[in-house]
Structure formats: C-alpha cells, structure tokens
Design a protein around this ligand. Structure first.
Ligand code: G3P
Ligand code: CA
Length: 313
C-alpha cells in the first residue's frame, strides 16, 4: 500500500515538473485551442496577400482555402467610427483614393477601389474580379467567415482612434467571438502599442493578446521583459529578420508563443520551425503549408527511428 502511495506521489511530481516545461504538457482546454504551444500556426497575413489584394474578401478567402489557421486583419477606423480592414492610415497605397482613413465616412470609403492597384502591380496575378473591390468592414469580414474561422486582429494607430479597443470588443461580443462564447484563441488581438493591449486587457481580461515588437537591431530580450509580457499577453511577434535560435528558445522557455512576421520564403520558414517558433505570419499560406507538411514528416521519421532504437535496446 505504502509503495502504491509513493508511486502515485512520484507520478504526480513528474507531471508537475513536465507541465512547467514549455511545449510539453498542456491543459485539455489549451490542447483544443490554437493557443496550444505545440501547434505551429499558419497566419494568412492580410489574407493570402501574396496572391490577391491585401485586406479584401478574396484575399481572406484564399487564405482560408490555403489552410491558413488565422485570417490576419489590420484595423483602421473611419470618420464615423467604423472599424475597417486596412493596413495603412492612408488609403493611397491600396485604393484609388487619397488621404487619411479617419477623414472618410464609411460611405465615402466604400466608393474606393481596393483591388485594381494589385492588378497593376502584379500583372501575372491580375484578375478581373479584383477590379472595384471594396474595403471591408470588420463586421463584413466576420459575417463572411463566421464563427468557424479564427481571427488575428491588429489595432493599428490606436492613438489616432481613441475608443477603437472598445469598439473592437463590441463587435466581437456581438458575434459571440470572445472567450465568453468561444474557445480562447478563436480571436487573438495584437498590437505594437502596449497601451492599446493594456486597454484591451482591462476591458476583457480573458482575451488573448500578442505584443508586437519592432526591433531596429538584432533582437534580445531579458527575463524581466518576458515576465512583464507574460502578465498581459500569450505571445509576441517580431520581424523574423531580427531573431536567432537563442532568442526563440528563450521566449519558448518563458511559456510565451512566438509568431514572427512576415515570412515568405520557404527556407526562412523551415529555419524558423527548426528553431521552435509556434507559428508565423506569411503572405503565402500555401508555401507555409508545404513546409509544415515536410517538417512534420521529418519529425515523424525521427520519432519512428527513436522508437525502433528503443525496441532494439
Ligand atoms: O501583425 C504582424 C505584422 O503584420 C506586423 O506588421 O506592418 O504587416 O502589420 P504589419
Ligand atoms: Ca498586421
């Protein structure tokens, strides 16, 4: 009896120790969600924006068809307070208009052509269907893709749009996309602005957040910074060009997710997976899908070899 008791204590202790090592044991809730650190996420950056005009419905549809795990959406806000999917504060680069989004009402913004610029810049990928595409509102994106899709939403220029976090939360609540209704990780909110994320954290403490970090030089991170980030985020994102294996391992050891952006070449994708990233943003979800398939095949082979070696021993 005493031996059984000791064995039970030993097993519990081993489980406890293992659960403290990132990437090993996760809760059933985490396992069911895309926040499981053992998953590697394919984030369709502005949709499949290497193939179609960024932040348009066709681009997001292509991202889904190419097995992106998340639709990535940058948010700006119109003069009349509507959240729309657009990367830049100005409409100039991705529409036929000029000026700031904040100076357009939704009705005015809807008159702009958000697709033809792509055809002009990418004649080999041009499609007639891209001509005259509208800038979608966040609500239209959610209405199109529904609650089966996952959304990775960035508050852009939050200092220009006071109240954007509250409005974002209102929309997510309306469509029952918050952790109150859905698995945690159905929506991730990201920002370069810590203030914006802290606002979101105050408004919705359960909402998983990702802090984007802009490094000008090769990235380093301290234990103290990681501890502070862990207080309000589930993960961090940064340019893949600024990190190395040591950085990735340090972040993983802290238990945070790490999603570098924007990775478009297969050799970079492969290297980052080797280093242990938990996902990445890409304009080419199809390429990342290929790389991930090969990576998983290689992992399976290594596991089979290990098992065979154990059997031989
Ligand atoms: O959100 C990750 C990545 O998209 C950040 O860069 O400028 O493409 O929004 P940006
Ligand atoms: Ca973004």
């Amino acid at each position: 009896m005493k031996r059984l008791f000791n064995l039970a204590i030993l097993s519990l202790s081993l489980l406890l120790v293992a659960s403290m090592i990132p990437g090993t044991i996760v809760s059933a809730e985490e396992e069911a969600s895309l926040l499981d650190p053992n998953k590697r996420l394919n984030v369709a950056h502005r949709g499949a924006s290497g193939h179609a005009p960024e932040h348009t419905i066709p681009s997001y549809k292509l991202g889904e068809r190419m097995n992106g795990d998340y639709i990535e959406i940058d948010l700006q806000m119109t003069k009349d307070g509507v959240l729309v999917a657009m990367h830049d504060e100005r409409v100039d680069r991705t529409t036929d208009g000029t000026g700031l989004v904040k100076d357009y009402t939704l009705e005015e913004l809807k008159k702009l052509d958000a697709g033809s610029w792509f055809n002009e810049e990418n004649p080999e990928k041009a499609k007639r269907a891209y001509q005259g595409l509208e800038v979608p509102t966040l609500e239209e994106v959610i209405q199109t893709f529904g609650n089966d899709s996952h959304y990775y939403i960035e508050t852009k220029s939050p200092e220009v749009y006071p109240g954007m976090e509250k409005e974002l939360l209102r929309v997510l609540e309306k469509y029952e996309l918050t952790p109150k209704y859905e698995e945690r990780g159905k929506v991730l909110v990201q920002s370069f602005s810590k203030a914006s994320l802290l606002k979101m954290h105050d408004l919705a403490p359960d909402m998983p957040l990702v802090q984007l970090i802009s490094y000008k030089t090769p990235a380093t991170i301290t234990e103290q910074e990681l501890a502070e980030l862990s207080r309000y985020t589930v993960g961090i994102g940064m340019s893949y060009t600024k990190i190395d294996q040591e950085y990735v391992e340090k972040v993983r050891e802290s238990g945070l997710l790490i999603h570098p952006y924007t990775v478009n070449e297969k050799e970079d994708m492969k290297r980052l997976l080797d280093w242990g990233v938990t996902g990445m943003f890409t304009n080419y979800p199809d390429r990342l899908e290929d790389v991930m398939d090969d990576f998983e095949d290689d992992e399976d082979e290594v596991e089979d070899d290990d098992e065979n070696e154990e059997d031989e021993d």
